[in-house]
Design a protein around this ligand. Sequence first.
Ligand code: B1M
Length: 215
Amino acid sequence: LPLLERLEKRIIEGELNGLEDDLEAAMREKDPLAIINENLLAGMKVVGELFGSGQMQLPFVLQSAEVMKTAVAYLEPYMEKDDSGGKGKLLLATVKGDVHDIGKNLVDIIVSNNGYDVVNIGIKQPINAILDAADEHKVDAIGMSGLLVKSTVIMKDNLKEMNARGVADKYPVLLGGAALTRTYVENDLDEVYDGDVRYAKDAFEGLRLMDHVMA
Ligand code: B1M
């Protein structure tokens, strides 16, 4: 297989052996972000389809996720960056009950490589923990990620809780993750939240939204 197709296949098959050599070679053809966006994410997409249709079992999905994470960690130091911080501060969390963090961590990389400080508090975070960390670190915006359909409901509850605590004006909210749709966030959730809530399709839209928040 040609190199870039082989990388995609590595994600699908969860094959770590020789990954770094392939990534090294791929970086001679294109930049690290393009490798992630065009090849590695293409592999994860196939994994999602195979899993969703019952053709792939969970342990194999886990292996694919490991290869994805290893690859991203390997490529990250080679990315172009302005990691000086100081443009603003974003809190990132995957919501309560949800363990998916590959997308959230990509958002972390893209946003922090573009001049922002990111406080990434990890997965399965209840709203209390999110708001405590937001206050503690005096962030400018809160980003929540979730991939399960039930996470979209949790996000709605979180926004209601933020209204109830009177912090909606203080914290613009960025939402992302595969289970969300733009319509759900921009219509349904926008109606729920007293503050500003926006949808980010991908990590770059997350960055653009941060630029908007800080403008
Ligand atoms: Co899970 N999983 N999974 N899984 N998994 C999905 C989400 C699923 C759609 C697969 C499927 O059925 N086709 C399905 C959800 C179905 C539903 O809710 N209706 C599912 C399921 C069912 C489950 C379990 C329940 C399975 C089980 O146990 N029986 C379980 C859930 C456990 C839990 O959370 N409590 C589970 C577990 C796992 C693994 C642990 C094996 C692994 C996660 C490993 C990890 O993250 N550390 C895993 C994986 C890998 C997936 C799929 C295959 C791939 C997800 C992924 O990493 N994609 C996924 C299929 C899919 O999404 N279609 C699936 C790549 C990633 C870069 O994309 O996170 O969408 P994504 O992020 C994008 C954008 O969405 C956006 O930017 C990113 C890139 O630009 N974005 C943001 C994301 N967050 C953002 C935040 C922002 C801005 C943008 O601002 C705040």
